[in-house]
Design a protein around this ligand. Structure first.
Ligand SMILES: Nc1ncnc2c1ncn2[C@@H]1O[C@H](COP(=O)(O)OP(=O)(O)O)[C@@H](O)[C@H]1O
Ligand SMILES: O=C(CO)[C@@H](O)[C@H](O)COP(=O)(O)O
Length: 470
């Protein structure tokens, strides 16, 4: 039997067809998304259809079940006819930072962390809806229901039924859901939307079904899983266990672990999400990961392989250069208006090699701080599993072990978010109480000198303190 998993993330949609027994991937498809932090949700539907059609065409048999994983938090606000009232605001759109601050001022960070698992930052859907109500009331007035990117796609694959649905994982990234009780918090939504009360999707359990696919030939009649957020699907795809911290280097950088209890971090560094198995997913997210490397490569007039070569020719510490890579502003730490800074320049260290190395080290230092923040809320860190596009980088693989200070492993090269979605689909159709136990193989990165890593992180922290005051 074959199942299909979809990863509709920031830069592209990826689809994989897997054998439901073993998890072996037998076919794949991919389609790109438009650039920018506000995107027409129909573009994701077009990309999903293209990627799925390609994957399904390569499948050796019928697709029996499908699930959609998607970039978290994006605001998909629909009118009564089921059409978006405006382009979706993405997780990395920082325009709602003032609304996030106002929510904290009104309720207090600790109270919001206890109620929602989150201290608001511009990424979360609640703040985007508050921005919409305050800045585009004519659009807010037309909102009949609010969905997340994965909910939107699941709803379209289901043929636009009356009820839409989501799952605990993605619901927990909205800011108007209580991870500890599994309930929506309509009072927060109403307040953010200036008294308006849009409809919310039903929250399905991890192996529940969202119905059957209808109206899109390659999937016609397939069972639809609940779907989830891309990070939750990544954890499910990997089968992350105790002691595992997954670090994903996509458009965002994320560090997360599966936990048995909800997390409420009043500092706001760790978001207390739910996972896709009925447990929890404490997570730290930065806005700047893979694009730090591609941006630096362009600046140096080279490609990603060239950046790797340069970075590996420089010594650890980049000759004293440190890059605070806040190219899109930053979420962790909460600096929505920040820009990037290169510190430590001297006549003797201004080389392409050192700049390339500083980019790799700077991107990873933010995530090493994220792993520290997970430790501080009680997460056990025995190894780091690196996934996401930039985990392909040879320089990242060489540098990461010294900065994380624990063994770093690379799961067999594949799309773990789409695979996690496929695993959820296989689970939904199996009727089992536990997800399929697909074998995970990973390769260790060569061990590295952790004292050098500590020195690099010290220089990075000092630069941040000098520029941002903490
Ligand atoms: N070898 C590589 N070195 C560095 N970055 C890479 C490499 N291969 C892919 N990437 C980057 O990975 C990113 C895409 O990763 P992905 O995890 O698919 O992102 P997302 O899920 O956010 O759409 C792109 O920015 C791409 O430049
Ligand atoms: O906002 C978050 C997590 O809270 C991001 O991780 C998004 O879910 C987007 O993910 P990628 O496109 O970078 O995979």
């Amino acid at each position: 039997m074959f199942v299909l998993g979809i990863d509709s993330s920031t830069q592209s949609t990826k689809a994989v067809v897997a054998d439901a027994e073993t998890g072996r991937i037998v076919a794949e498809g991919k389609a790109h998304h438009p650039a920018g932090t506000e995107v027409d949700p129909w573009a994701w539907w077009t990309a999903a259809q293209e990627a799925v059609a390609h994957a399904a065409a390569g499948a050796p048999g019928k697709i029996e079940a499908v699930s959609v994983a998607g970039q978290q938090h994006g605001m998909v606000a629909l009118d009564g006819a089921g059409n978006p009232v405006r382009d979706a605001l993405l997780w990395n759109d920082t325009r709602s930072a003032p609304q996030a601050r106002a929510l904290i001022d009104a309720h207090g960070a600790a109270t919001l962390a206890e109620r929602t698992g989150l201290v608001p930052v511009a990424s979360f859907t609640l703040t985007k809806l508050a921005w919409l109500a305050q800045n585009e009331p004519h659009h807010a007035d037309r909102v009949d229901r609010v969905l997340l990117p994965h909910d939107w796609l699941t709803w379209l694959f289901a043929g636009r039924p009356e009820r839409a649905c989501t799952d605990r994982g993605d619901a927990s990234g909205t800011g108007y859901y209580a991870p500890a009780t599994g309930r929506w918090l309509p009072d927060l939504l109403r307040e953010a939307m200036g008294g308006r009360t849009p409809r919310l999707p039903d929250v399905l359990g991890p192996a529940e079904s969202a119905g059957r696919a209808s109206g899109f030939a390659p999937l016609e009649g397939a069972l639809l899983g609940a779907g989830t957020g891309d990070n939750m699907a990544g954890a499910l795809g990997i089968g992350a266990g105790p002691g595992d911290v997954v670090v994903s280097l996509g458009t965002s950088g994320t560090a997360f672990a599966v936990a048995d209890h909800p997390c409420a971090d009043p500092s706001g560094l760790v978001a207390g999400f739910c996972d896709a198995t009925g447990r929890y997913l404490p997570l730290v997210c930065t806005l700047n990961a893979a694009r730090v490397l591609s941006g630096t490569a362009s600046m140096l007039g080279t490609d990603l392989a060239g950046l790797d070569r340069l970075a590996l020719e420089a010594a650890p510490g980049a000759g004293g250069l440190s890059l605070l890579p806040y190219l899109e502003g930053e979420r962790t730490p909460d600096l929505p208006d920040a820009t990037g800074t290169l510190t430590g320049l001297r006549g003797t260290n201004m080389t392409p090699e050192n700049l390339a190395r500083a980019a790799v080290e700077g991107m990873l230092c933010g995530l090493a701080d994220g792993v520290e923040a997970l430790r501080a809320v009680g997460v056990e860190v025995r190894r780091v599993l690196l996934i996401g596009g930039a985990s392909e980088s040879a320089a990242v693989r060489a540098v990461a072990p010294s900065l994380f200070g624990v063994p770093v492993e690379i799961p067999e090269a594949t799309e773990y978010v789409a695979l996690g979605a496929a695993k959820q689909a296989a689970w939904a159709i199996s009727g089992s109480t536990t997800p399929p136990d697909w074998e995970l193989r990973s390769q260790p990165c060569p061990a590295a000198n952790i004292y050098q890593g500590e020195a690099v992180r010290h220089t990075y922290r000092t630069a941040r303190e000098q520029i941002h005051g903490f």
